[in-house]
Design a protein around this ligand. Structure first.
Ligand code: BTN
Length: 238
């Protein structure tokens, strides 16, 4: 299914919505644009993931979008909530959130979020796997799509509109509300056995909530609490 970009523009007449049938990365196109700009592509030839990874961005299968926002505390958590909210409202599928902002179904990623600070603005990149019916062999164990999960195609235009509305809404919430909503929505926030890759090696423990800045607390079996500042969290025993 292709995007109906005119319908998206009609829904957000006050916004600048840039559209590319193909682009290297919407992150590049959005960098330097004013707050409120939305950049949407049908295909990315060099889609960027977190930690220098690439993001599989085949033509017509997914949503590839970057939104320019004011920087805010716990913005990445808010964006994960927004992506999950949009998916639920259009498909009825309830996703899990793997801290900090992977949107997952049965541990496989269905959406990912990348926030980059550029010239004092936050460029929020959101990728949603929508209508892929398969993934390359190296990704198949880690990625899924809404179509693979539900057995039905989803409308990328409806999803994009829902996503932009959800981002508007969650970006306005205060930090305490985002922390509360995330803790409620994520099975990873508390009581989950995990392994975490840290610069000095991996640790194993049980998640014990978020601190006031949104960092993940992991309690090791000797009682030591470690504050996890970046990703690299994987569930064990599931
Ligand atoms: C992750 O690794 O989970 C983050 C993936 C972010 C992918 C999106 S797709 C739209 C935007 N453009 C990019 O190149 N990356 C982000």
């Amino acid at each position: 299914m292709t995007l109906d970009i005119q319908r998206i523009r009609r829904e957000f007449p006050e916004r600048r919505v840039d559209y590319y049938p193909t682009i290297d990365s919407t992150m590049h196109a959005a960098a330097g644009c004013p707050v409120g700009t939305v950049v949407i592509a049908e295909e990315q030839t060099a889609g960027q993931g977190r930690h220098g990874r690439s993001w599989h961005s085949a033509a017509g299968d997914g949503i590839y979008c970057s939104i320019v926002l004011e920087p805010a505390p716990v913005l990445t958590l808010a964006l994960g909530l927004a992506a999950a909210d949009a998916i639920a409202s259009i498909t009825g599928v309830t996703c899990d959130l793997r801290w900090p902002n992977d949107v997952v179904l049965d541990g496989k990623k269905v959406a990912g979020i990348l926030v980059q600070l550029v010239e004092g603005r936050a460029v929020a990149g959101i990728g949603i796997n929508v209508n892929q019916d398969a993934f390359p062999e190296d990704l198949a164990a880690f990625a899924t799509s809404l179509r693979l999960w539900t057995g039905q195609e989803a409308c990328p235009t409806d999803l994009t509109i829902a996503l932009l509305r959800a981002v508007e809404s969650f970006a306005q919430e205060d930090k305490e509300s985002i922390l509360r909503l995330f803790t409620h929505a994520s099975s990873y926030a508390a009581g989950r056995r995990v392994t975490v890759d840290l610069p000095n090696g991996a640790i194993v423990g049980t998640t014990a909530g978020l601190d006031a800045s949104g960092f993940l607390i992991v309690r090791q079996d000797d009682g030591t609490d470690t504050l996890v500042l970046a990703g690299g969290v994987r569930a064990i025993g599931t």
